[in-house]
Ligand binder design. Structure first.
Ligand SMILES: Nc1ncnc2c1ncn2[C@@H]1O[C@H](COP(=O)(O)OP(=O)(O)OP(=O)(O)O)[C@@H](O)[C@H]1O
Ligand SMILES: [Mg+2]
Length: 370
């Protein structure tokens, strides 16, 4: 399918920002930020409240003027262009539908703004309503729709003019968990079909992992890391990214060189072996160990670091049991492990039990060194 209806050949949907920044009085909402989004990909801006996600999206859409830097779409500098001329679709956090207009009228609005002929409008609207599975509800008003249906109207209105770029600000925040998960897959499917470059904001890390080709992590108006979901999960650049994307055990210590190779000495003395290449002896390091990398019970294995821990507590979460462990020799350190709940096959020890705790050396990822 085609990704755009106008300027064939030039509208490849690539989005680039160069040194883009926004200051509100004394607040640096966005520090100078540069990145490029390849045409047709789905990118998520992920970060806690106040990290600058909406600000960045508004700057790309043209609803705010940058304090510095530039925005380029499909290779054209558009920093000074009015929002409606940028040919960008936008879905707001609150869907901002017109309450007095029907579904079809809401969706046709952007085309009327563009003074498209009536026949073409009707055709495009019918087409788009079919894409978002709303054809049967075309004559209803927003107040007569469920949250998920309203969300689809907002989406239809944003894509009806086939923009090469779609921006979404927490499009699913108002939906309950189940509907949200359904819509995530639906939006992702639609995005792939249409080939629209999509930049979507969320502070829900699982949504970011499920939907994105790339994730950009923001904190305090600063871009922390950009990469594929797998990149961010397996190679987080710093402690913030490690704790924000997925669940982490963070371990701090000093590198030591022993007869058995380099290890990390935790504050309370226990030495944990490090894989190659290890930082030099004496370095203070921060490491991540993902909960699913930790084995509890089972038989010793040569390529594992083996120790013993006490089960502090265990929480049943449905698909996994989260087990908190206190390591022998490092009573100040507690680790969270996740054990899958294929019942009866897996043994989950009781609170207070001493158990084998082990992980493959390479599962311990060094993320910071000082
Ligand atoms: N119009 C404004 N005037 C002054 N400060 C603003 C304005 N808009 C945003 N800010 C500030 O800029 C920072 C970034 O805000 P932004 O809305 O981009 O955050 P966000 O990441 O979208 O957060 P949330 O997840 O809560 O929506 C915040 O500290 C916010 O208070
Ligand atoms: Mg926001």
């Amino acid at each position: 399918m085609t990704s755009s209806i106008d300027r064939p050949g030039t509208a490849n949907g690539e989005v680039e920002v160069r040194g883009l920044a926004k200051r509100y009085g004394a607040v640096d909402a966005l520090q100078p930020t540069s990145f490029r989004v390849t045409g047709g990909t789905f990118v998520t801006l992920l970060g806690p409240s106040g990290s600058g996600k909406t600000t960045l999206l508004k700057l790309i859409a043209g609803f705010e003027e940058p304090s510095a830097g530039s925005v380029h779409i499909s290779g054209h500098a558009i920093t000074d262009m009015a929002p409606y001329r940028r040919n960008v679709g936008f879905v707001f956090q609150q869907y901002a539908l017109f309450p007095h207009l029907t579904v079809a009228q809401n969706v046709s609005y952007p085309l009327e703004m563009r003074r498209m002929p009536r026949v073409a409008i009707d055709k495009a609207v019918a087409n788009t309503l079919e894409l978002v599975r709303l054809s049967d509800l075309a004559r209803r008003r927003p107040s007569q729709l469920s949250g998920g249906q309203q969300q689809r109207v907002a989406l239809a209105r944003a894509i009806v003019f086939r923009p090469p770029v779609l921006l979404m600000d927490e499009p699913m925040a108002a939906l309950d968990k189940r509907l949200r998960e359904e819509m995530q897959l639906e939006i992702r499917g639609l995005q792939r079909t249409l080939g629209i470059t999509t930049i979507s904001v969320t502070h829900d890390q699982s949504e970011a992992l499920v939907m994105s080709d790339r994730i950009l992590v923001l904190r305090d108006g600063m871009l922390q890391q950009s990469g594929t979901p797998e990149d961010l999960y397996h190679n987080p650049r710093n402690e913030f990214v490690a704790s924000f994307v997925g669940e982490s055990n963070i371990l701090r210590g000093r590198v030591e060189n022993g007869p058995g190779g380099p290890s990390m000495a935790l504050g309370d003395g226990l030495g944990i072996p490090l894989g190659a290449p290890a930082p030099p002896a004496g370095a203070e390091i921060v490491c991540v160990l993902r909960p699913e990398a930790i084995e509890i019970g089972g038989e010793p294995s040569v390529d594992h670091f083996e120790t013993v821990g006490e089960v502090v507590d265990r929480i049943f979460c449905g698909d996994v049991v989260r087990v908190r462990l206190r390591l022998v020799g490092a009573p100040e350190t507690t680790l969270v492990a996740k054990m899958p709940t294929q019942r009866r096959l897996v043994f989950v020890p009781d609170t207070g039990t001493m158990v084998r705790v082990a992980w493959r050396t390479e599962e311990l990822i060094v993320i910071e060194r000082h």
